[in-house]
Design a protein around this ligand. Structure first.
Ligand SMILES: Cc1cc2nc3c(=O)[nH]c(=O)nc-3n(C[C@H](O)[C@H](O)[C@H](O)COP(=O)(O)O)c2cc1C
Length: 201
């Protein structure tokens, strides 16, 4: 197994973004030279009364450590769309990455984004673009999806040149369409391919 990994870091409350992360991981693992590492972040309280940091759960996806982010060869960041932006737990995690910014640990590494969204025109593209902003501050290289992918032309739900997206249809979060799924896998494969090229030009 390769030592070099693509970190797929996501937050998901109801499972749709987590399902996308699995598909993206398939795309990464299909490429030689990289493996997928799936990690999540701790939830924070939805209450206005303050932050309520939970205990680390005994089961479920692992929380990402600072070292796992520091040592990745590429990053694919995923969040549900919340008011046209990323969810607070993911932003809270990123806001604690100043030491990586100071050390320049993520500079020149490829980065891509994905989102699950409740409605077709509820801001999935805005969310993707805004998720790229902190990654640009970290000096990462933004990676999207090119139009030579047939699914980018064919999709009637999610999938954008800015990253992968999933639109929940008929209140069924886990039904990711064929085209959305193809684009998730393509995003994972593209970041893995570019990460390997950048490490060994
Ligand atoms: C507070 C909140 C804000 C939301 N804002 C939006 C939004 O702006 N646009 C949209 O299409 N869906 C919105 N949704 C729906 C979520 O995007 C949807 O529940 C999410 O994709 C589910 O992802 P998950 O299964 O990974 O938790 C919102 C949901 C919540 C709870």
């Amino acid at each position: 197994m390769s030592d070099s990994y693509i970190l797929i870091l996501y937050y998901s409350r109801n499972g749709a973004t987590a399902d996308m992360a699995e598909l993206i991981g398939e795309g990464v693992n299909g490429m030689a030279g990289q493996r997928a590492m799936l990690r999540t972040v701790a939830p924070i309280s939805d209450s206005l009364e303050g932050l309520n940091m939970p205990e680390i759960p005994e089961s479920g996806p692992l929380y990402c450590s600072e070292d796992e982010l520091r040592n990745c060869s590429g990053l694919i960041l995923g969040s549900p769309t919340r008011f046209g932006n990323m969810a607070a737990p993911l932003k809270f995690f990123l806001d604690q990455t100043s030491s990586l910014w100071l050390s320049g640990s993520l500079i020149d590494k490829p980065a891509a984004v994905f989102t699950s969204t409740g409605s077709m025109h509820g801001g999935n593209e805005m969310t993707l673009l805004s998720m790229l902003i902190p990654l640009m501050h970290h000096g990462m290289i933004g990676v999207g999806l090119p139009y030579n992918l047939p699914s980018l032309h064919d999709t009637v739900t999610g999938g954008t040149p800015y990253g992968a997206s999933h639109v929940i249809v008929n209140d069924q979060p886990s039904v990711i369409s064929f085209d959305e799924s193809e684009l998730c896998k393509a995003l994972g494969a593209r970041v893995a391919r570019l990460a390997t090229k950048i490490r060994k030009p």
